[in-house]
Design a protein around this ligand. Structure first.
Ligand SMILES: C[S@@+](CC[C@H](N)C(=O)[O-])C[C@H]1O[C@@H](n2cnc3c(N)ncnc32)[C@H](O)[C@@H]1O
Length: 210
C-alpha cells in the first residue's frame, strides 16, 4: 500500500447512506467487515444489524460498537434473518464475493415492502469500452491521494485513510463487468438500477415493490 493510497470503499459510504429511506428504523449491513459503515449508520438509525463471515473482522467490529448495533458472524448465503423486516439492506465491497442470483433474492427478502437494497461492489474492467473511465479513475485516484496525504497532517482528519484492519480484510477482484452485473441483477430484481462509479466500484439500488 503506497503513501498516497486511500479507501474507495469509505469514499462511497456517504453515497450509500443517501440511498436509505428517511426515518428508517432498522437497517442491515451485509458483510460489515470492521464495522465502519455500520457504526456510521447506528449514529442515526435506531437499530442496525450487521454480519460478516470473518470472525477476525467481526472481532474488530465489536470494539466500541454502540448498543443499537447488533453484530454476528454469519454467511450471507445461509444466515437466517426475518423476512420483510428492514427499511434498508446495505453492503460495501461484498457482492462481488457472492453469486448474485443466490445473494440478491435473499437480501431482497429481508426488506420490508418499499425498503431499499443499496450496494457498492467491485466490477471487472470492461475493456476496451471502459478505457476512458479507467484512465480518469487512475488520474483522480493519484491526485486525490496526494491531496489527502498532504492534508492529513494539517487537519488531523482521516480523509479516507485505510482502516488499521485493512490488511486482515478478505478481498477479491470483481468477476463481472458492470454491464454483466446489471443483466444478472435484472433477472432476479426487475427494475434494479446498476451504474458504474468512478473509483472501481458500481452502485446497485433496488426498491422492493409495495
Ligand atoms: C472487502 S471487505 C469489505 C468490508 C466492509 N463492508 C467494508 O466496506 O469495509 C469484504 C467483506 O465481505 C465479507 N464476506 C465475504 N463473503 C461473505 C459472505 N458470504 N457472507 C458474509 N460476509 C462475507 C468478508 O469477510 C469481508 O469482511
Amino acid at each position: 500500500m503506497g503513501v498516497t493510497d486511500w479507501s474507495h470503499n469509505s469514499w462511497y459510504h456517504s453515497l450509500l447512506l443517501r440511498q436509505i429511506p428517511q426515518r428508517a428504523e432498522r437497517v442491515l449491513d451485509v458483510g460489515c467487515g470492521s464495522g465502519t459503515l455500520a457504526r456510521r449508520l447506528a449514529a442515526t438509525v435506531p437499530q442496525v444489524d450487521a454480519f460478516d463471515s470473518s470472525p477476525v473482522m467481526l472481532a474488530e467490529a465489536r470494539v466500541g460498537a454502540p448498543a443499537n448495533l447488533s453484530l454476528q458472524v454469519a454467511d450471507a448465503l445461509t444466515v437466517e434473518l426475518p423476512e420483510d423486516a428492514y427499511d434498508a439492506v446495505v453492503s460495501v465491497a461484498v457482492l462481488h464475493h457472492l453469486p448474485l442470483v443466490e445473494a440478491l433474492p435473499r437480501m431482497a427478502g429481508w426488506l420490508r415492502p418499499g425498503g431499499v437494497l443499496a450496494a457498492v461492489a467491485l466490477p471487472r474492467a470492461d475493456l476496451p469500452r471502459g478505457l476512458p473511465v479507467e484512465a480518469a479513475a487512475a488520474v483522480a485516484h493519484h491526485g486525490l491521494g496526494l491531496a489527502f496525504s498532504a492534508l492529513r497532517p494539517m487537519t488531523g482528519a482521516d480523509l479516507f485513510r485505510h482502516e488499521d484492519s485493512h490488511g486482515d480484510m478478505p478481498v477479491s477482484d470483481g468477476a463481472l463487468t458492470t454491464r454483466e452485473v446489471r443483466t444478472a441483477a435484472e433477472a432476479v430484481l426487475p427494475g434494479v438500477q446498476v451504474r458504474r462509479l468512478l473509483f472501481w466500484r458500481y452502485l446497485l439500488v433496488w426498491r422492493k415493490p409495495l
